[in-house]
Design a protein around this ligand. Structure first.
Ligand SMILES: [Zn+2]
Length: 116
């Protein structure tokens, strides 16, 4: 996948996703969940671990659901959108890192988001 898209595509997709997320109105975690569903990028389930750390599971991820094992994670657009939306909800900067994906053997995606 990386080979097709090029090595720098991940960062570009993340920044694009983040810009999209920043443009969408989301003021509460319920609105965050509703917006992700409306965008049809998946079904999110957010867990607030502590005030600066949110874990977001994404079921039915539009990018990788059903993907076979590749050992690589490439849901950078989703990661960016999640970070952008959570910035709006919390009024802080957010950095999202993908930690799980269909393509590394799970049947959902997971993103760890840190607010700063
Ligand atoms: Zn995914």
């Amino acid at each position: 996948m990386r080979g097709i898209l090029g090595e720098t595509s991940g960062a570009t997709l993340y920044m694009m996703g983040k810009r999209v997320g920043n443009m969408l109105p989301a003021a509460t975690m319920d609105e965050f969940t509703a917006t992700i569903r409306d965008l049809k990028i998946g079904i999110p389930e957010a867990t607030i671990t502590d005030e600066d750390h949110i874990s977001v599971k994404l079921y039915e991820c539009i990018t990788c659901a059903g993907f076979t094992y590749t050992g690589e994670m490439f849901c950078d657009m989703e990661s960016g959108i999640i970070a952008g939306l959570l910035e709006n909800v919390h009024g802080k900067k957010a950095k999202s890192t993908q930690t799980k994906s269909w393509s590394v053997g799970y049947n959902y995606c997971e993103f760890e988001v840190f607010l700063y």
